[in-house]
Design a protein around this ligand. Structure first.
Ligand SMILES: Cc1cc2nc3c(=O)[nH]c(=O)nc-3n(C[C@H](O)[C@H](O)[C@H](O)COP(=O)(O)OP(=O)(O)OC[C@H]3O[C@@H](n4cnc5c(N)ncnc54)[C@H](O)[C@@H]3O)c2cc1C
Length: 366
C-alpha cells in the first residue's frame, strides 16, 4: 500500500493524538500510525496538571474528556505512623491538585475529534520499520507493517511521537542519553472502599516510598518504589512484606488490600528512566513528547509535556508547510520553544526524588 500525506505522525499517545487533531483541524493532510490495535494499552501516566488541562480547554476538548470520565484530586497527603502529617490543598482559585483521566478516555476523545476530517487518517495496528531519506539525507517518509501488509508513506515531514523507546529516534540515529533514577516502580490496582475521597497519599515506611493514587471509576493505584533492577530477586521471595508495608502506612485499607492483593501476579513492574536528546529535529523529521524528553513518573509531568509539545509543534509545522521549508533550522523553532521548560521539569523531578524524605518529620524512625 502506498500513501501520501503532508505529515506522518508515529504514535497515538497523548502527544501524537493531539498533534494529529490540531493538524487535521488546520486542513493539513495527516496520517497517524499506532502499533497497538486498540487504545486501552499498557499502563501509562494518567494524571493531568494545570498545563494539560489548559491545553485541552484551549481547544474545547476538556468538556468531552470530563464527559468520558475523570476525577479531580482534592488534596495530597503525607502519612506517617498511620496518620496524616501534612496536607497540600489546591492553590487559591484552583479546583484540584491534579486530575485523574484514564488514558483510554483521553485518547478516545482526541482520536474521535479527528475522525470527521477527511484529511486525517488513523492507522491502528501499524508499526514503523524504516525511514525513507532522499539524496540530501532529508527524511521523506517511512515504511511500516500493518499486520502482514507493508505500507509506504511519503510525507513532507515525519513526527516521532512514539514514546520513550522511540523507534523513529533510533532509525534516524538521533543521539540520546538514557538517565536512570536508581529506582523502579511496582504498581497494583485495587477497588476503593466506599466513601474513599479523591486524594493522592504518600508515605515512607522503613525508608521505603509508597504512594496511593485515587482513580476515576472507583479504583486506587498503589505504587511502591523499589531499588533499580531488584524485581527479579524480590520475586523469588514472598510478596507479603510489600502488602504489609501498605497496610502499615494506611491501616484503614487493611481489609481491602488483603482481599485484593495476594500474589506477585497482582503487581506490575515499571522500569523508571528519563532521557536527554541533544537535538529533537533533523531535515524532514521531529521527535516530541517522551521520544524527545522521556519524563520519569515523579510529579506527573509527562502527559502534560506531550500535550504542550503538540500545541507548539502544530503551529511550527503549519508555518513550515506554508513556507515549504521543512529543514532543520525551521523545525528547530519547536525545540527552542519547548526545551527549557521540559529540562526544568526533569530537573524538578530529580529534586523531588532526592528530597522526598524531607516531607516526613522523622524519616529515620518511620
Ligand atoms: C508509570 C508511569 C506513570 C506516569 N504517570 C504520569 C502521570 O500521572 N502524569 C503524567 O503527565 N505523566 C505520567 N507519566 C509519563 C507519561 O506517561 C508520558 O510522559 C507520556 O505518556 C508521554 O506521551 P507521548 O505521547 O510522548 O508518548 P506515549 O504515551 O509513550 O505514546 C507513544 C505511542 O507510540 C506508540 N508506538 C511506539 N512505537 C511505535 C512504532 N514503532 N510504531 C507505531 N507506534 C508506536 C506506542 O504504542 C504509544 O501509543 C508516567 C509514566 C509512567 C511510566
Amino acid at each position: 500500500m502506498n500513501l501520501e500525506a503532508d505529515v506522518c505522525i508515529v504514535g497515538a499517545g497523548p502527544g501524537g493524538a493531539l498533534l494529529g487533531y490540531l493538524l487535521a483541524k488546520k486542513g493539513i493532510s495527516t496520517i497517524v500510525l499506532e502499533r497497538h490495535t486498540g487504545i486501552d494499552k499498557e499502563f501509562r501516566g494518567e494524571h493531568l496538571n494545570q498545563d494539560g488541562e489548559r491545553v485541552l480547554k484551549k481547544y474545547g476538548l476538556y468538556d468531552q474528556v470530563e464527559a468520558a470520565g475523570l476525577l479531580l484530586m482534592e488534596r495530597v497527603e503525607y502519612w506517617q505512623h498511620g496518620k496524616v502529617i501534612k496536607t497540600v490543598a489546591p492553590g487559591v482559585g484552583e479546583r484540584h491538585v491534579g486530575i485523574h483521566v484514564p488514558q483510554k478516555n483521553l485518547l478516545s476523545v482526541l482520536l474521535r475529534a479527528s475522525e470527521p476530517y477527511l484529511n486525517f487518517k488513523l492507522m491502528m495496528g501499524t508499526k514503523v520499520t524504516e525511514l525513507i531519506f532522499n539524496e540530501l539525507s532529508c527524511v521523506t517518509g517511512l515504511k511500516a507493517m500493518n499486520g502482514k501488509q507493508e505500507v509506504t508513506i511519503n510525507s513532507k515531514i515525519v513526527v516521532g511521537a512514539d514514546g520513550r523507546f522511540s523507534t523513529i529516534r533510533n532509525l534516524a540515529k538521533m543521539p540520546y542519553t538514557k538517565i536512570t533514577h536508581g529506582y523502579d516502580l511496582l504498581w497494583a490496582k485495587i477497588l476503593s472502599p466506599t466513601g474513599w475521597e479523591p486524594t493522592i497519599k504518600n508515605a515512607l515506611v522503613n525508608g521505603d516510598q509508597l504512594a496511593l493514587f485515587t482513580q476515576a471509576g472507583g479504583f486506587i493505584q498503589i505504587g511502591w518504589n523499589i531499588k533499580e533492577n531488584s524485581y527479579p530477586t524480590l520475586k523469588r521471595q514472598s510478596c507479603a512484606p510489600f502488602i504489609e508495608k501498605v497496610i502499615e502506612a494506611f491501616p484503614e485499607l487493611a481489609e481491602t488490600i488483603r482481599t485484593q492483593i495476594r500474589t506477585w501476579d497482582d503487581f506490575t513492574l515499571l522500569k523508571v528512566q528519563s532521557c536527554h536528546c541533544p537535538t529533537w529535529v533533523k531535515d524532514g523529521l521531529v521527535i516530541m513528547g517522551d521520544a524527545a524528553h522521556t519524563m520519569s513518573p515523579t510529579g506527573a509531568f509527562g502527559i502534560n509535556c506531550a500535550l504542550l509539545d503538540a500545541d507548539v509543534l502544530a503551529e511550527v509545522l503549519s508555518e513550515a508547510l506554508d513556507k515549504q521549508n521543512l529543514n532543520e533550522a525551521q523545525l528547530k523553532r519547536f525545540e527552542e520553544a519547548r526545551r527549557d521548560h521540559t529540562e526544568k521539569l526533569q530537573q524538578q523531578q530529580r529534586v523531588k526524588e532526592t528530597t522526598y524524605q524531607d516531607n516526613f518529620a522523622d524519616p529515620v524512625l518511620s
